[in-house]
Each structure stands twice: as C-alpha cells, then as structure tokens.
Design a protein around this ligand. Structure first.
Ligand SMILES: O=C(O)C(=O)Cc1ccccc1
Length: 272
C-alpha cells in the first residue's frame, strides 16, 4: 500500500503515519498538505494521512478545503500528542533569536510565547522544512518550531522546550482515501451538508434534526460555497455511525427539506 504524508523527513505527520500503519507501507512524502491530498486524488498513492484539527489552534483549513476540493473520503481518525520546541543553530539562544519559522498551525499553537518575545514569524509548509531552512541559513537570529526528533536528526540545538500555549496539545489526523470505504468499526460519521437555500435559521434547522434524534455532534466547520459572499456549506461530524437507524433517518429528513447531504466518511478514532 502507498501512503502519502507531509514531508520532509521529521514532520509530526511522519510520526503519526509510522505509528498508525502497522502493515508494510510504501511511504511517499509531499511538500505541502494540499499536494498530499492531490496525490490521493490523482491516484499516485492509495491513502494519505493529514492533520485536520489541533486542540490549541483549531481547525486546519487547508486540509478541510483539500478534502472538499478533491472530493475525498475519511477512513479513520487518530489523536496524536504534539510537543513543540524552539530549535536553532549551536551559537543561538533565546536572546539572539529575532525570527521564527514554522508551518502555520505550529505557529498558532505557540502564540503566547511568540508575543512574549516579540518574534517575527515566517511561514513554511512543514515544521521539518523550517528546521532544514534554519540549518541551511546557519544564522543565530533564526529559529524553527518543530519536534525534538527533527532537532536531533539535524544536530541542532533545542533553545527552549515545550513552547506551546498549553502543555496538553493534541492534533487530530485523518486517514484519507479517494472512495468511500465501509470501515469495519464505524463509530462516527462526517457529513458535508449543502443547504438548499440561504434563509434565516437554516443552520439551526439542520442542527435541530440531529438534536431531535439525540445525535451528539463532535465537530462543525463552515466553509464558503465560493459562489456568493456569505453563503456556506457545513461539515458536520456526529458520534453516530453511517449505518445507524438514527443517521439514516436524519439524512432522510434533511433530504426531504432539499438539503444536499454527502457522506465524507464513517470511521472510528484511535488514540496514539
Ligand atoms: O509540519 C508538520 O510537522 C506536520 O506534520 C503538520 C503539523 C504541524 C503542527 C502540529 C501537527 C501537525
């Protein structure tokens, strides 16, 4: 099986992928989250693993948008603990650093620390890429935010450990494939709901269907339709399996109201 993830070597995606997949796997790295998702769409790989949500920084919009753009499906999700460190060259310390580099979700997870020190931020496509750039620059004013493992692999210095705003820092990754698979263990369902029209209370009428059927929701994200300002479609995750009678009923009711419902996946969560 070919599985894509965000490279280069040393990203959190790599750690999550290697811990999640037990069977022999041909790993393929891509330079951005969008490229990883595109590889599944173009069938260069069978599946991929990408981060979708972080407990401090919130949802990762590039993943949500890539999922929708390429019409991909979620096969599993996993929760992974992330520790972020400030990494620099040997002659750097907290007083020499002026600029920090990392991928946007990692920078967002360390906002308090960055504000406190007044650092300038530069964005990269991954944490490991930021470390590579810091090493190549060999400049004691630039540091990266990344994992301990990638600092050790590159022989760089950990200037400050655990710089995330909250010590309990979890990232949710999803395993994504092209088609909808019937997972053996379906515990949650992700739906894309396109409202039939824009009218006052349209979202509340959709949510009422789930509430009336006693279906707990675990995630909601609205993304623009791209057609008209102020119009949205909703990604909604429920703790109910796709084949559960309540889900079948909810979809039937929503479709009666002419909302479009598309199943993005039904799966179960792994805690790594
Ligand atoms: O850049 C990485 O290392 C990634 O895998 C993306 C990411 C960044 C921050 C937290 C979790 C995943």
């Amino acid at each position: 099986m070919r599985v894509a993830y965000l490279g280069p070597k040393g990203t959190f995606s790599e750690e999550a992928a290697h811990q999640f997949f037990s069977e022999p796997t041909n790993w393929v790295m891509y330079e951005s989250i969008m490229d990883v998702l595109e590889a599944v769409y173009k069938e260069e790989v069978d599946k991929c693993i990408v981060p979708i949500e972080n407990s401090i920084a919130g949802n990762i919009h590039m993943t949500v948008d890539g999922l929708l753009m390429y019409d991909l499906h979620i096969e599993a999700d996993l929760i992974f603990t992330v520790s972020l460190h400030l990494i620099g060259n040997e002659d750097s310390d907290i007083h020499t650093i002026r600029t920090i580099r990392s991928i946007s979700p990692a920078i967002s997870q360390c906002r308090d620390f960055i504000m406190k020190h007044g650092f300038k931020c530069e964005y990269t496509d991954s944490t490991a890429k930021a470390v590579q750039l810091v090493k190549d620059a060999s400049d004691n004013t630039i540091a990266a935010i990344a994992s301990k493992r990638v600092a050790v692999d590159h022989g760089l210095k950990i200037i400050k450990r655990e710089i995330q705003d909250n010590s309990m820092n979890h990232t949710r990754f999803i395993v994504v494939g092209k088609g909808l698979v019937e997972s053996v263990e379906q515990k949650k369902t992700m739906m894309l709901i396109n409202p039939n029209n824009e009218y006052p209370g349209v979202l509340s009428s959709i949510l009422n269907v789930f509430s009336a059927l006693g279906m707990n929701l675990t995630w909601i994200e609205s993304r623009p339709t791209g057609k008209k300002l102020g119009t949205y479609r909703f990604l909604i995750e429920s703790e109910v399996a796709q084949n559960d009678q309540r889900m079948v009923k909810a979809i039937r009711i929503l479709e009666t109201f002419e909302h479009q419902v598309h199943i993005v996946g039904s799966y179960s969560t792994t805690i790594l």
